[in-house]
Write a protein of this length. Structure first.
Lengths: 291, 313, 254
């Protein structure tokens, strides 16, 4: 039972990270029908930028966090502006390759600018584990879970109450109609990329104190986030949250009870199984393609 | 007729390049690079049938490449099976695996297909990393030399001819396929799946078929690579290696068999050529990728061919 | 016996009945037209008959054989071909290659033979090319043989689809608005082409908005309205049917 609780904590923690990355995939997909394979790099940029700022500029963490988020946001806008927008209307394969190119590029920049070592960020509120039942919880996990909850609520508010949020929602339902209604879909795209980049960076900042960070951590985290988004039906931010948490839990339970060696394979095995049975994703709806 | 001349004329040019290149390659280092080019080209020619012609993406072909490589390594080393037999057994195994997953996987489209192939490749990579007793795990495994009959292929010059010959064979097979009813069906289902089906094309069967062919090409290339290097690590199965293959295909030019060879050559040689800038390798690689896709979305060879065609009256 | 028999065919899209309980039969060697206002369900009917959509209810039989469980490709094998209202051209191929794809059912499709480029495969490719060229002459596309499909004008693409469908040597050919977007001269040519196809023994089902063309060439006409069958008969019968007049000219005209 204690063991189970321990795996549960661990699953929820990593699941929340996947969820944050997955939301980023969903938001960009909604706004542009692009799958942004560079999403994982924002996670890396968040953690690495904070490391760089605290170590080199001597700023405290509390100041480094907003700066790191801003840097990621700028990177997101640049990605949209210089890589995705010029290829508007290109095929799915082309866009996949472009965003993969962008991810390699961003990784290369950080590799050159900061280095190839592992870096650590101090935990937000100390490293003293909290005992709950027979299990322990790292205080950073509470930050992670709490942040996810806040992000979900904030997104709900954003999409339902704010102009840019409503514009984004309208664009995702029907791009043409949104344009006719006077929505600047270019702005929607930029907002989506900036928002997704910052959410990814947030995940990177939150997880760096527990898992360390490196220039190449974005690859795996990005792919797991993509799994979360697909599981959630591609294009639903809340679906991505459910997908991310489910994957995190499945990983932790597999790692704990079955085989720690195959923990990393779980997400992909689940995705394959789901796609084989339901080619449109777990929550996606099958429509009849018009000819 | 233009197509015929272009195609088989190109094949002759490529054969001439393979035959003459050794005259100008100064040393071992360059021969080694040429071997890598030819082996990567085999994968890309196969992958191009899938991506360029049939329009189905795969982000997991390094998995097939590595499975071929490890099959050769393990079968020759542990079970002392002759290299060529091991290679064929590996190819048969990979073909079977590809066949089994092809139907469910190729029912998927676009991003879902990308996800599924990517997942498959990653699972293969993880298995190779973890089953240390069999594969040697992350440290890799030594591979015995390849014998073709009594000929021990060991000098790098020997490998040049083996790899070059295999590459020409792969190109020849691909060109034949493209110029057949099946090949036209593949291009048709890329253009319009519903119209292809209306013409009687069993689109699922043909997609599965080309998926298997491309997987077998990758497997054979992997086997040869393992023997040529005499060593193989799980990195060859990794996601980044899969991306590298796709990039070669796309850079050289989709739906152009010679483009696939050119792409393989460029992306194999370039990183070595700019070795002094090793640090900037990734950065440059990413930038090239983005720029090609934006400015030459059809890839190098088709874009150049088009320029050439337009110049002429 | 009727060549094509449709019974109780129904297709719903999220509650909307695009085709509602439609039944009719097409006799061999005839030209059978389907008309109706925009959105009446004509294209949907074609998609159901060719197996592109799965019906909500109803059956389609060809030569007395139930097609319900068959894929589009399997129906093509039984002799069914069609063209598309929204062109479905292989834009990644040349014009003649488009038509050669239409020969697919008459070619060997062995993988190994194709990879090895066996003489049989090469010969078939050569014959397919000859046949395709001949068909392109027949539909008036001789100028465009080696053109890239994406460089051809709309009118030529419409004929290209017809040539591609004919290449399969179908028993039944469904044409979805072959004259749409064509000028009067081209329309006359299409009119003549359709008759010629029918004279060659191919049964034609024609969807068309050009009433002159329809009235000219059709042996029988089926009228759809809001997915339902409104009337069916010869041109003369349909022209006089009060329901049809009402649907086409609005209330009060009858
Ligand atoms: N794939 C689909 N998904 C949802 N609704 C569809 C689909 N295909 C057709 N419809 C709907 O079915 C109805 C009939 O459409 P259909 O295209 O069959 O009409 P049509 O008679 O061919 O019209 P037109 O003369 O304009 O070509 C329309 O209301 C259309 O919106
Ligand atoms: Mg229609």
């Amino acid at each position: 039972m204690d063991e189970f609780l321990q795996f549960l904590f661990s699953g929820l923690t990593r699941g929340s990270i996947y969820a944050l990355v997955g939301i980023g995939f969903a938001i960009i997909y909604n706004a542009s029908h692009v799958i942004n394979f560079a999403q994982g790099e924002f996670v890396m940029i968040g953690g690495m930028a904070a490391v760089f700022i605290t170590a080199n500029a001597g700023l405290p963490l509390i100041a480094a966090i907003p700066l790191a988020l801003a840097i990621a946001g700028v990177a997101g806008v640049a990605l949209e502006r210089f890589a995705v927008a010029p290829a508007r209307g290109a095929s799915v394969v082309t866009l996949i390759i472009i965003t993969i190119g962008a991810s390699i590029f961003l990784r290369g920049v950080v590799e050159v600018a900061i280095g190839k070592r592992d870096y650590a960020l101090p935990a937000f509120s100390g490293d003293t584990p909290i005992r709950i039942g027979g299990a322990t919880l790292h205080p950073q996990s509470l930050w992670i879970l709490g942040t996810l909850a806040v992000v979900v609520l904030a997104l709900k508010w954003f999409f339902e109450r704010t102009r840019p949020g409503k514009a984004m929602l309208a664009t995702s339902h029907n791009r043409l109609a949104a344009q006719l209604a006077g929505i600047e879909t270019r702005h929607v795209m930029l907002t989506a990329f900036a928002l997704s980049a910052m959410l990814g960076a947030l995940a990177g900042l939150l997880t760096a104190p527990i898992t360390l960070t490196r220039f190449d951590i974005g690859i795996m985290l990005g792919l797991k986030g993509f799994c979360a988004a697909i599981l959630g039906g591609l294009g639903s931010p809340y679906g991505a949250v459910a997908g991310g948490l489910a994957l995190g839990l499945a990983e932790a339970m597999t790692g704990g009870y079955i085989s720690s060696a195959y923990q990393d394979a779980v997400a992909f095995a689940i995705i394959l199984a789901v796609l084989f049975v339901r080619p449109q994703g777990l929550f996606g709806r099958a429509g009849t393609e018009r000819v | 007729m233009r197509g015929f001349l272009g195609r088989w004329g190109g094949f002759l040019v490529l054969t001439a390049v393979v035959l003459l290149l050794p005259l100008i390659l100064p040393n071992r280092f360059y021969f080694d690079m040429a071997v890598k080019v030819w082996l990567n080209a085999i994968v890309c020619v196969g992958l191009n049938l899938l991506i360029g012609y049939a329009g189905q993406i795969s982000l997991g072909h390094a998995g097939f490449f590595a499975l071929g490589a490890y099959a050769s390594a393990i079968l020759t080393r542990r079970f002392e099976i002759p290299g060529l037999v091991a290679m064929l057994m590996g190819a048969a195994g990979v073909g079977l695996l590809a066949f089994l997953v092809a139907r469910p996987i190729l029912k998927l489209k676009g991003h879902y297909l990308a996800m599924a192939t990517l997942g498959l490749g990653i699972i293969v990579a993880i298995v190779i990393n973890r089953e240390i007793w069999l594969t040697g795990g992350p440290d890799g495994v030594r591979v015995p030399a390849l014998f073709i009959g009594d000929w021990r292929v060991s000098r790098i010059e020997d490998w040049y001819w083996v790899a070059g010959g295999a590459m020409l064979l792969a190109v020849w097979l691909a060109l034949n396929l493209i110029d057949s009813g099946v090949g036209r069906a593949l291009r048709a289902l890329h253009g319009s799946e519903v119209a292809a089906a209306t013409a009687g094309v069993d689109t699922v069967r043909d997609k599965a078929m080309v998926f298997v062919v491309s997987a077998v090409f990758a497997s054979i290339a992997g086997s040869l690579f393992a023997h040529a290097e005499r060593f193989i690590t799980p990195q060859e199965a990794g996601f980044l290696r899969s991306i590298e293959f796709v990039t070669m295909v796309v850079l050289g030019g989709m739906a152009s068999t010679f483009g696939a060879v050119v792409g393989a050559a460029l992306l194999t040689v370039l990183p070595q050529a700019v070795a002094e800038f090793q640090d900037y390798k990734h950065l440059a690689f990413g930038a090239i990728l983005i720029a090609t896709m934006i400015f030459l979305p059809k890839g190098l060879v088709p874009s150049l061919a088009e320029l050439f065609r337009r110049r002429r009256p | 016996m009727s060549l094509l028999k449709v019974e109780g065919l129904t297709k719903e899209f999220g509650g909307v009945r695009a085709v509602a309980d439609v039944s009719f039969a097409v006799e061999p060697g005839t030209i059978h037209s389907v008309i109706g206002p925009n959105g009446a369900g004509k294209t949907t009917l074609f998609n159901l008959v060719t197996g592109v959509y799965t019906p909500t209810a109803g059956t389609v039989t060809l030569d007395g054989r139930d097609l319900t469980a068959l894929s589009t490709a399997a129906r093509a094998k039984l002799g069914m071909q069609r063209t598309f209202q929204n062109l479905q051209i292989f834009f990644n191929m040349t014009a003649i290659e488009n038509v050669m794809v239409g020969r697919y059912l008459h070619l060997g499709t062995g993988l190994v033979a194709s990879l090895l480029g066996l003489p049989k495969i090469r010969r078939e490719t050569r014959l397919a090319r000859e046949k395709a060229a001949e068909l392109m002459h027949r539909v008036g596309l001789e100028k465009w043989l080696d053109a890239d499909a994406d460089a051809m004008p709309y009118g030529a693409l419409k004929r290209l689809e017809i040539a591609r469908a004919l290449a399969a040597e179908p028993k039944l050919l469904l044409l979805d608005e072959p004259a749409a977007g064509l000028n009067p001269k081209e329309t006359v040519e299409i009119d003549e082409l359709i008759r010629e196809i029918a004279r060659g023994g191919v049964t034609v089902v024609l969807v068309e908005h050009d009433m002159k063309l329809v009235m000219n060439v059709s042996d029988r006409i089926l009228v759809l309205d809001y997915g339902r069958k409104l009337a069916e008969g010869t041109a003369e019968e349909v022209r006089r049917n009060p329901d049809v007049i009402k649907a086409y000219l609005g209330e009060g005209a009858a």
